[in-house]
Design a protein around this ligand. Structure first.
Ligand SMILES: [Zn+2]
Length: 110
């Protein structure tokens, strides 16, 4: 059974690092954890979210510009940058694997 949602455009979000606009499910969602840090792709989305390409380069850019705390609207004194970097890398690997499977059928369709 098809869900019939093919005509509905994907929601798009802007990466806080490089400002690229991408489909929401190709980006990581970051939210404040309430303790001065952030959670990557929380199961329950509460509060404001920031979106980031699954790329450490975008994370570094966002951290350098303080874009993360600005996007979330909170200070992040407890932000653990090395841990966040590892988390982004792990999520990037997961998305890469998913994208690889999805794109095999998409090429050469024209
Ligand atoms: Zn980006």
């Amino acid at each position: 059974m098809a869900a019939g949602s093919a005509a509905v455009p994907e929601p798009r979000r802007t990466c806080i690092g490089c400002r690229a606009v991408r489909e929401q499910d190709r980006l990581l969602r970051l939210t404040a954890d309430g303790c001065g840090g952030v959670v990557v792709n929380p199961r329950r989305a509460f509060g404001r979210g920031a979106y980031l390409c699954p790329s450490v380069a975008c994370l570094e850019e966002a951290l350098r510009r303080n874009a993360l705390s600005r996007a979330l609207g909170v200070d992040l004194p407890g932000l653990n940058a090395p841990a966040l970097r590892r988390r982004v890398l792990a999520e990037a690997g997961r998305l890469d694997a998913a994208a690889g499977l999805g794109q095999r059928t998409g090429s050469g369709a024209s």
